[in-house]
Every structure is written in C-alpha cells, then in structure tokens.
Write a protein that binds this ligand. Structure first.
Ligand SMILES: C[C@H](O)[C@H](O)[C@H]1CNC2=NC(N)=NC(=O)C2=N1
Length: 98
C-alpha cells in the first residue's frame, strides 16, 4: 500500500508542481478552460487515466472552471499516487489548452 507523504515530501513535490497547492489532506488545482465542452473533454480524458490506474481525483465542474483534488481516500491524505496523478492532470490540461 502507498504510504502517506510527510509534509516535507509534499512541499518538495509541490516545487515541481507549480500549479498545485496543498489544501489540508489533498493537492488542488483550479483550471479555467476556454469553454464548457473543453472542460468536459479534460474531465473525460482524466477519467480514462484514473480508471486505468485505479486512482481517482475529485473533480468539481462549475461551467468552464474545474477544481481538481488529489488525495488517497484509503490513506486519508497525500501519497505518491496523488503527485503522480497531479502530473498527469497537468499533461492533459497542457495538451488541451496550449
Ligand atoms: C478498491 C479500489 O482500489 C479503491 O476503491 C480505490 C479506487 N480509487 C481511489 N482513488 C483515490 N483517490 N483514493 C483511493 O483510496 C482509491 N481507492
């Protein structure tokens, strides 16, 4: 089972994830997409990745703004699975918005 990261490890990971912030027991990123369909496309792509890895972000959709939260529910906090998922979310966002 993946272990919880220490606060120091989370801080170190965040140096390589500049769009992300720590919100208590989760990593969070807010993205404003160009349109509602683009936001849904991102969510769909991320859902496919999450399914294949069996690790799922919480995704809060408000029109074209999506807030992504990564936490490991079974551990009650942030693990390496969350920093890895955050990186993959960044890749999807980058592909769709650049
Ligand atoms: C049985 C299955 O492995 C678990 O329910 C998985 C599914 N996706 C998950 N996603 C996240 N973010 N945390 C979990 O603990 C988790 N557990």
């Amino acid at each position: 089972m993946t272990e919880l990261l220490t606060d120091t490890q989370v801080a170190e990971a965040l140096q390589h994830l500049p769009e992300w912030r720590q919100e208590g027991r989760r990593l969070s990123r807010t993205v404003e997409f160009a349109s509602f369909p683009q936001a849904i496309q991102a969510v769909t792509r991320i859902a496919e990745i999450a399914e294949s890895e069996n690790h799922h972000p919480d995704m809060d959709i408000r029109w074209r703004t999506v807030v992504f939260h990564c936490t490991t529910h079974s551990q009650g906090g942030i693990t390496a699975n969350d920093t890895s998922l955050a990186r993959e979310i960044d890749n999807v966002v980058e592909q769709l918005t650049s």
